[in-house]
Design a protein around this ligand. Structure first.
Ligand code: GRF
Length: 204
């Protein structure tokens, strides 16, 4: 998993895998962050999982690092850098991301964190929610695996909406990662999602 921030989605996926025990669909073999002080690295070290700080100047080494750890699926969770193109191409259909809004709206370069939720509120949307998608060469553009609608409430604040959407991410993302690992969902040769994506749960 690649993360730049606190790592609550990393935690959700870790917990999902741990709850499945030996039957888990995947092992979490590596956590990488471009930020030395990322909470995601602290969490990973707490589980004795390999945790590597890879500063942006060394991001071109990512492919080598993934190969060393025999990574077969990459899950981005609040990773704020564009994944190097050699990695995107080498892992096509095997890189996923979670975005805190209903793509294709409210995504793209610079649309992350509070800015996303502020834009949703400014647009007067009544529904938001996370999107899980395959990653391609552009920010937030890859084929969508699943979305979970979350209501935008009257008088919502950025923080309240962000917390509501994040709780939905913690349900949707582990389910989508499991679906990709198990082969229940895949990206076909034409860049379309095939299979049976997880059914979004009721809003937490
Ligand atoms: C999440 O809102 C995710 O959608 C976005 O970045 C945030 C990461 O949060 N891509 P966390 O680090 O997983 O807590």
């Amino acid at each position: 998993m690649l993360a730049s921030g606190g790592g609550s989605n990393l935690q959700a996926i870790h917990d999902h895998l741990a709850a499945a025990g030996p039957a888990a669909a995947a092992d979490l073999v590596l956590v990488v962050s471009d930020r030395r002080d990322a909470g995601a690295l602290t969490r990973a070290r707490g589980w004795n999982a390999p945790a590597v700080h890879l500063p942006k100047e060394r991001l071109d080494d990512l492919g080598t690092l993934l190969a060393e750890h025999r990574v077969t699926l990459i899950a981005l969770a609040g990773f704020l850098r564009l994944v190097p193109v050699d990695v995107v191409r080498g892992f096509r259909g095997r890189i996923v991301n979670v975005h805190p809004a209903l793509l294709p709206k409210f995504g793209g370069p610079g649309m992350y964190g509070a800015k996303v939720h502020a834009a949703v509120l400014a647009a007067g949307e009544t529904v938001s929610g996370p999107t899980v998608h395959f990653v391609d060469e552009e920010y937030d553009r890859g084929a969508i695996i699943a979305q979970q609608p979350v209501p935008v409430l009257a008088n919502d604040t950025v923080d309240a909406l962000a917390a509501r959407v994040l709780a939905a991410e913690h349900q949707l993302y582990p389910a989508c990662v499991s679906a990709v690992v198990s082969g229940a969902v895949h990206l076909d040769a034409h860049g379309r999602v095939r299979g049976t994506p997880p059914v979004p749960q009721a809003t937490p």
